[in-house]
Design a protein around this ligand. Sequence first.
Ligand code: 13P
Length: 272
Amino acid sequence: MTQKKKFIIGNWKMNPATTSLATDIFKKIQKDTAHLTKTQTIICPPYIYLESLARLQGLSKAAKKTKKKKKESSHTLAPVLLGAQNLNSEPMGARTGEISGELLKQFGVTHVIIGHSERRDLGETDAIINTKILAALNWKFKVILCVGEKVRDDDGHYLAFIKNQLEQALAGVKKENLKSLIVAYEPVWAIGATEAIPPSSIHGMTIFIRKTLFDIYKTRTLTTPILYGGSVDSKNAGEILQQGSADGLLIGRQSLDPNAFTAIAVTANTLS
Ligand code: 13P
């Protein structure tokens, strides 16, 4: 497979507490990851911080243009992209408390997390997730589809569970849209826990997910990135990427610590 950039994605969930904290963390990540050429960093903050962070991101884009004008490598700045944690499948209208693709687009959001287990816990079904994915693709977002079992059993039923999550989420998603898909395997029991699952299990799951995508799309040329999420930190990131053969990481708590997040991104960069 061709060498691809690793995705290091921060899911800030319902954090941090203030805009000023959010901008401080983002600025630090921007500055400390700017030299990375083989890693794509993405931050998915609460919606209310998108505007402030988009402004900071605008500065990065301007700086990138200046560099290009000077005929320097466009790789000297790796902008931190912005992602959203959800979106409603409707573009506008009477949907109290919801966010739409139309609203997100104005802040330069490029990626959307869909199907996170914390949203599934709030009642999001596979069918709802499917409509959200179709809407997100329509809006030209890259989709970060989260799948993961709640528990593991010795008989391997969790594999059928994940296969079903993928099949339902991707119903009606065309092969040509796969270039806009990232799958994040997040075993629910490892989210917010003390330890990630062993890299060997992650390796097994990346193979299983790739095989499932092959079964659905009947093509061997799939380059869909498969990420891991769940208690990732700067100590375990390297082995998850290497031995777990993950194409990137979806990080919760440690993405709010700019030093830890940067350390993970630097590790990914050296392994790419
Ligand atoms: P933690 O990294 O805090 O375990 O969260 C993982 C997660 O849910 C990312 O989406």
